[in-house]
Ligand binder design. Structure first.
Ligand SMILES: O=C(O)CCC(=O)C(=O)O
Ligand SMILES: [Fe+2]
Length: 367
């Protein structure tokens, strides 16, 4: 990418293509202290109130700085590199971290040790990169007293409160309002598909684990759906098209959301999986279409539950598991509550928390 000038016009050259940059696009980026608040980098003027016919009176490039005099009297100096960065049309911080598909052959991924200054450290960047690569990360020895989980989550971003509260206690309880609060096994599922929007990231923090069972399980929904796309394109296709209804009922709330089991982005690439067969209601369709849908759902369920894709590990006291609820499925093996206490605390945060922290740390360490 190169910026070139000709006849008071600014062009960008990419390979053999040369295109003019709209003068108003450059004018909107006027960045002197009259135009941009130094601290917040927010505009001190409203570009929608300007005449969109504004043109360029004079322009030059010196020392990688594009200096423009606009014909409304404004002078602006723009860093060529910051203009070049704007030509990537997608977020280039998160998208530059390639997702690594994994299955049960995944060797132990890097786990991290908690320290009180973790959140502002370079290591935190590593924590977040691991999270974006694999869809989960584990941090050992996180303090377990006084709902420290909330402090932890709020040190990355902000806790997303739900009707379960700011956090929830995962232990076997009398009259549970969710099967998570029993000692039953939980097959791989994504959390809260009935919410709008669905919570992005789940954090589970092990406070006590005295039982023999109660292993945590994880499945990479990205790996499974890519496998399905290759092996059974017809199944993949229907699961990306039909919206099912997810529902959750409690005494003072009825939550409902419709969604495909495999959600794609605008480029038809993986965006999100939802899977919670205790909560989904398939719409009434032609019998033939339902034949295909039910076969497809059975197939993806078999894959999610197969030994080929599931990893299993035991969380010990202090371990904190942070997982992408749009990419991974999680569950647990059964346990016997008579053997002792198994107590996890959970909460949710959204992607703006981890993305915001990642960008902040990259800026802080000039990366
Ligand atoms: O008990 C567990 O390990 C997980 C429970 C669960 O699925 C949840 O809290 O969302
Ligand atoms: Fe769950």
């Amino acid at each position: 990418m190169k910026i070139e000038l000709s006849n008071n016009k600014v062009f960008y050259k990419n390979g053999s293509s040369i295109k003019e940059i709209h003068p108003f696009w450059l004018r909107e980026r006027a960045n002197g202290e009259k135009f941009l608040d130094k601290k917040t980098q927010q505009r001190l003027f409203d570009p929608t109130a300007l005449n969109i016919e504004i043109g360029i009176a004079k322009v030059k490039i010196a020392n990688e700085i594009l200096e423009i005099d606009f014909n409304d009297g404004v002078n602006s100096k723009l860093d060529i590199h910051s203009i070049a960065k704007e030509f990537a049309k997608k977020d280039n911080v998160i998208n530059s971290i390639d997702k690594e598909k994994w299955d049960s052959s995944l060797k132990k991924i890097k786990s991290f040790e908690y320290k009180s200054d973790l959140f502002e450290s370079k290591e935190m960047l590593d924590v977040l990169i691991t999270f974006y690569k694999y869809g989960f990360v584990i941090i050992n020895n996180v303090p377990t007293k006084d709902n420290y989980l909330i402090k932890f989550a709020n040190s990355i971003g902000s806790v997303r409160r739900t009707n379960f509260g700011e956090h929830f206690d995962v232990k076997s309880k009398p009259n549970p309002n969710d099967l998570a609060y029993t000692s039953l096994p939980l097959a791989p599922h994504t959390d809260n598909p009935y919410r709008n929007p669905v919570p992005c990231i789940q954090i589970l923090h092990c406070i006590i684990n005295e039982v023999n069972g109660g292993y945590s399980t994880l499945v990479d929904g990205y790996a499974v759906t890519e496998n399905l796309k290759k092996e059974n394109p017809e199944f993949y296709d229907i699961l990306t098209k039909i919206k099912v209804r997810f529902k959750f009922i409690d005494k003072d709330v009825v939550l409902e959301n419709w969604s495909e089991l495999i959600k794609l982005d605008e480029d038809k690439k993986f965006k999100q999986v939802k899977f919670s067969p205790r909560l989904d209601y398939v719409p009434i369709l032609e019998k033939k279409e339902l034949d295909l849908y039910y076969s497809a759902r059975k197939k993806i369920s078999d894959l999610y539950n197969s030994d080929k894709f599931r990893i299993e590990f035991k969380l010990k006291q202090g371990d904190l598991l942070m997982m992408d609820n749009y990419r991974l499925l999680h569950g647990r093996t059964k346990f016997d509550a008579n053997e002792g206490t198994r107590f996890l605390q959970g909460c949710y945060i959204d992607f703006d928390s981890t993305e915001g922290k990642l960008r902040h740390l990259k800026r802080k360490f000039n990366l």
